[in-house]
Design a protein around this ligand. Structure first.
Ligand code: SF4
Length: 390
């Protein structure tokens, strides 16, 4: 570490501690306390960046992006969802305990910038929604999440979350209502589109820095031909981004649903989609084209966001280090002690080794962090997981 970085680190850590001290001694909420919190958040973000750049094993910063699975419930039964292939019903599993959630809010919200309320359930079905809206307002934390889009008109949820929204992403895979309702079983296409339009209106009224509004599409063999129309839909309905992912097929009998059967069509569509997105001013993110097996996969290790900036806590109150199907570490959250999990010895070890041959097996072959792995055989391993058990 050079002298300049050392000085910067020293100054940032000292300022971080000073702001934490001021924040803690001011018991009542006030304009002064709000200003200290804003500065502390900025300092925290700068410190995260520097500590990550220096690859420090132990941090003095806290994550600024939070994923907290506050609910396990979902009101739909989408045919491609992993929930359908579990041997238990997630809707019968208890949601996150309120006391644990309150503790997480106290420990992590003052320095955090954003929260995703659930990855395994529908975030808007969370029983903690009202509490979290109030806590996010109080701590100036932005809400960002993916939703099935079916609940926003109920109880004015859309209007209530609009002021704290950073980003909202609707799961829409088709503009054909029959096809949509077959994939998203339990949803009504017209209602979801009406809710998208509702959020577009709030976005229009939300001033100079509007929240992001877009859709995420799970690409299957059956809806590949629609992807470019979905980009047009986003532009026509007041959104600004679209994200595509390749659908995972969990059973051999459903393999006909996989886009792996239409790799060449996907590659053609990839080029067309980028042209349309550029013309319509829609931000597009989608997996790179398929490579033939005789092509060389150029695998590059990217950075892992889960080691410095993003914290994920499961509904059971477990720090589940990342979104990998077999995460390299899982540790129970200790109330009131955020650094206990953030600098847990398992996490320290992953920070040190995640991109080295000595790293955990999940990190070495990580499909989240490794760029490349785009050949048809590599994608078969990733998107047809049942093959790995054969
Ligand atoms: S498995 Fe991947 S995402 Fe998870 S910690 Fe390792 S490198 Fe990061």
């Amino acid at each position: 570490m050079n002298l300049l970085n050392l000085l910067k680190l020293f100054w940032l850590r000292a300022s971080w501690n000073y702001h934490r001290f001021l924040y803690r001694i001011l018991l009542e909420e006030s304009e002064w306390k709000a200003r200290i919190r804003r500065n502390w958040k900025n300092l925290n973000r700068n410190l995260v960046t520097l500590e990550e750049e220096l690859r420090l094993k132990r941090t003095r910063s806290l994550p600024y992006s939070l994923i907290i699975d506050t609910t396990t419930k979902c009101n739909l039964r989408c045919i491609t969802c992993f929930r359908e292939f579990l041997d238990f019903n997630l809707n019968e599993v208890p949601d996150m305990n309120r006391e644990v959630l309150e503790d997480l809010v106290e420990c992590f919200f003052p320095t955090a910038a954003s929260l995703n309320m659930s990855l395994i359930g529908e975030p808007l079905a969370s029983p903690h929604l009202d509490y979290l809206i109030e806590a996010m307002k109080r701590h100036d934390v932005k809400l960002g999440f993916t939703t099935n889009g079916t609940l926003l008109h109920k109880l004015d949820i859309g209007a209530r979350i609009a002021p704290i929204l950073g980003s909202i992403e609707f799961s829409i895979d088709s503009l054909d209502s029959d096809r949509f309702e077959t994939i998203r079983s339990g949803a009504k296409f017209r209602q979801v589109v009406a809710n998208f339009d509702l959020m577009a209106r709030f976005r229009n009224e939300s001033g100079p820095n509007p929240f992001r509004l877009g859709i995420s599409t799970t690409i299957l063999s059956s809806n590949l031909d629609e992807f470019c129309h979905l980009i047009e839909f986003v532009a026509d309905h007041g959104g600004n981004f679209i994200r595509a992912c390749i659908g995972v097929v969990y059973r051999e009998e459903d393999v006909h649903l996989s886009v792996l059967n239409k790799a060449e069509d996907y590659n053609r569509m990839y080029i067309e989609a980028h042209g349309i997105a550029q013309k319509r001013g829609v931000e597009l993110s989608m997996p790179a084209p398929f490579l033939a097996d005789h092509d060389q996969d150029r695998i590059e290790k990217g950075r892992c966001q889960f080691l410095y900036n993003t914290l994920r806590i499961s509904h059971e109150g477990i720090h589940t280090v990342c979104l990998h199907g077999e995460p390299p570490a899982q540790n129970e959250y200790v109330r009131g002690r955020p650094f206990r999990i953030w600098n847990h010895r398992d996490v320290v070890k992953i920070r040190k080794n995640y991109d080295k041959p000595s790293g955990h097996a999940s990190c070495r072959n990580c499909y989240i962090v490794n760029r490349g792995l785009n050949t048809i055989s590599n994608r078969r391993k990733q998107f047809l997981p049942y093959l790995n058990n054969e």
